[in-house]
Design a protein. Structure first.
Length: 179
């Protein structure tokens, strides 16, 4: 697929801004990520679930704090909703609803938190975090403590094989999504 995955204003990886989210998108393009993705194609470096209109849905990179912690990225490098074009605005609601339902279905959680700060990468990426009622570490703002503890190696990361299994299941469940 190559550079066709990138949005039109970037012709090659060299044109990408120095943005972590843009670099993830570029790496997916260079890896030959297919759309729709092959359900069997998940490997440790490829946690993308699919590209849907102006959005990319992917699992949180490894080490992941939780199995099922998904991230919804705008394909265009924009800071947030204030910068969305009409297509992105129209597609966000349906994509957010489908993606949140997917997190709940595949993780078995009771709720899904949707959080976007845009400080770590100033490229719109919305964290969709499973809230398990039986796990107090996923409650409200404690999820930020969980994130920091996993990043610092103070708490075990989510099992990588379980993450990859969820990605494969998510690809299958979303294979026919249209925006």
């Amino acid at each position: 697929m190559g550079n066709a995955f990138l949005w039109p204003e970037f012709r090659s990886m060299n044109d990408l801004p120095s943005c972590g989210v843009c670099q993830i998108h570029g790496a997916l393009a260079d890896s030959g990520f297919t759309q729709p993705p092959l359900a069997s194609a998940a490997v440790a470096g490829d946690l993308a679930i699919g590209r849907f209109g102006p959005w990319l849905l992917r699992h949180h990179p490894l080490p992941a704090p939780l199995v099922g912690w998904l991230i919804l990225d705008s394909l265009r490098h924009v800071g947030g909703p204030v910068d969305f074009n009409p297509v992105e605005c129209a597609a966000l609601g349906p994509m957010l609803q489908r993606s949140s339902a997917l997190v709940r279905e595949l993780s078995g959680c009771q709720r899904v938190y949707a959080i976007a700060f845009g400080e770590g990468a100033r490229h719109f990426h919305l964290h969709l975090i499973p809230r398990h009622g039986s796990d107090p570490a996923t409650e409200s703002w404690r999820v930020a403590d969980l994130y920091r503890a996993v990043s610092a190696g103070e708490r075990p990361e989510a099992d990588a094989d379980s993450v990859l299994q969820l990605v494969r299941r998510a690809r299958q469940a979303s294979a026919d999504w249209q925006l």
